[in-house]
Design a protein around this ligand. Structure first.
Ligand code: LLP
Length: 431
């Protein structure tokens, strides 16, 4: 469910015409809908609140990696949403956007000493420890500060799931977390140290998971482990269930609903008396954003192939190139005429810069505006400047209001980030 709809024959983000917006801000531009973000948070919040008995005061910690724009984070922070972070930069973003430390979870397979020290200093809610090596480093760092941060041990339940092999994180061979037996012994090790306070377990098995079964199996592993640890005399008060629930990229009911997902978690954790945390990224942000782009030209080749060449490219939206991901493409002003197959491509000099092959679309022409739907998660955050293409702008809409929340950089700004080595002659002119 989202708030990108046709009004008077033009696609709008809430109350703002995407045609007007393209004229003012240019393309390619990511456009986010505040109402959609709020709605997604609200759905999860209501589901959690309906299951307080089983999930406690559940924390919904938005996975900042999915969309880390400060205004997007601030929109969620105002709803008391927490943040799941994986770097010092993401912690800083969450804090800057108004998420208090006590609602920030710090996850990640390779946190540096500096990052661990920073997380302790700003008082994050919990550090999810992913290995024995990390636990030993954290104990030393915390000891130096006479601190004892709350930690959870991330379990690798040997249950991988997700929309693509590259985004599966809970499989036995995946780099994340430690196996069950090792997690139990790390918990005991942590309990024996005065410099960390183990409070629970964490697990995240993958992304774009559309069927609840693997998630349920993973949550059962956490439940069994909680009982085992308690039987050994340890205190376990929190379970971090990760993120991973998929979204309907194809526009159908292709994935389990957030309400069913939370209800399933409540069923599995019922009677355990723990406080749950969820780390949704895609679920919150994907359908809250589109990538607005303009058709540069249509290349009709004599061999019969028809290429729709857009001003957006793989550097702006990497998901199709990286994961063969599907993003629905819609004209901003619906065109009449019979659909025909297009290869949808960007201007980057790689064949990988292909958004779709043989996509059936109505007749489109140079200058037409189109949007990639469901681009609010893992879109702008994964973009780069390959081919010296300026980063796409980002815009946030809220009702009739809209604001540029990341301006497109100028070439001068881009070059200013690259001071010339002092032994090289200055460039005569950058014109
Ligand atoms: N928690 C942890 C520890 C994670 O590693 C992730 C995502 C999440 C939560 C949020 O997962 P979500 O609810 O968004 O599925 N770039 C890929 C997705 C990578 C996901 C990585 N981890 C894509 O574009 O599909």
């Amino acid at each position: 469910m989202h708030y990108f709809d046709l009004k008077d024959g033009v696609l709008h983000a809430e109350g703002v015409s995407l045609e007007t917006l393209a004229a003012e801000v240019g393309t390619p531009t990511y456009v986010y809908s505040s109402a959609t973000l709020r709605r997604h948070y609200g759905l999860l919040r209501d589901a959690c609140d309906a299951h307080k008995a089983a999930l406690g005061d559940a924390l919904i910690a938005f996975a900042v990696k999915a969309n880390s724009n400060l205004s997007v984070l601030a929109t969620l922070a105002k709803l008391d949403c927490g943040a799941d972070t994986v770097s010092e930069g993401e912690i800083r973003r969450a804090l800057a956007a108004g998420v208090p430390g006590e609602r920030i979870i710090f996850s990640g397979v390779g946190k540096t000493d500096a990052e661990l020290a920073f997380a302790i200093d700003v008082g994050v809610r919990q550090i999810n420890v992913e290995s024995s090596a990390e636990l030993e480093r954290l104990i030393l760092i915390a000891a130096e500060k006479s601190a004892s941060p709350a930690i959870a041990i991330r379990v690798n339940p040997k249950i991988g799931a997700g929309g693509h092999a590259k985004i599966t994180t809970g499989g036995a061979g995946d780099k994340f977390g430690v196996p069950v037996e090792e997690a139990l012994s790390l918990y005991a090790r942590a309990s024996a140290s005065p410099h960390v306070t183990p409070v629970g377990l964490a697990c995240h098995i993958g992304s774009q998971i559309t069927d609840l079964t693997p998630l349920e199996n993973a949550f059962r592993v956490l439940r069994d482990m909680t009982e085992t640890l308690r039987a050994q005399g340890h205190s376990v008060t929190r379970l971090d269930l990760g993120g991973g629930l998929g979204v309907p990229y194809y526009g159908e009911a292709e994935t389990a609903s957030p309400a069913d997902y939370v209800a399933m978690a409540a069923r599995v954790l019922d009677g355990l008396g723990v406080e749950a945390a969820f780390e949704p990224g895609r679920l919150m942000a994907a359908n809250a954003g589109v990538l607005l782009s303009r058709v540069i030209q249509v290349n009709e080749r004599t061999d019969g192939r028809r290429f729709l060449v857009l001003d957006a490219a793989m550097n702006d939206l990497m998901r199709p190139a990286l994961y063969d991901a599907f993003h629905d493409l819609k004209p901003v002003r619906p065109r009449t005429g019979e659909d025909r197959p297009y290869d949808v491509v960007g201007p980057v000099c790689e064949t990988g810069d292909t958004f779709a092959r043989d996509r059936d679309l109505p007749p489109l022409e140079a200058g037409d505006l189109v949007v990639f739907m469901s681009a609010g998660a893992y879109g702008a955050v994964m973009s780069g400047e390959y081919n010296t293409r300026p980063l796409a702008a980002e815009v946030l809409v809220d009702g009739e209001r809209c604001a540029v929340i990341r301006p497109r950089p100028t070439y001068e700004q881009m070059f200013a980030r690259e001071p010339m080595a002092d032994w090289l002659a200055p460039v005569a002119s950058d014109k």
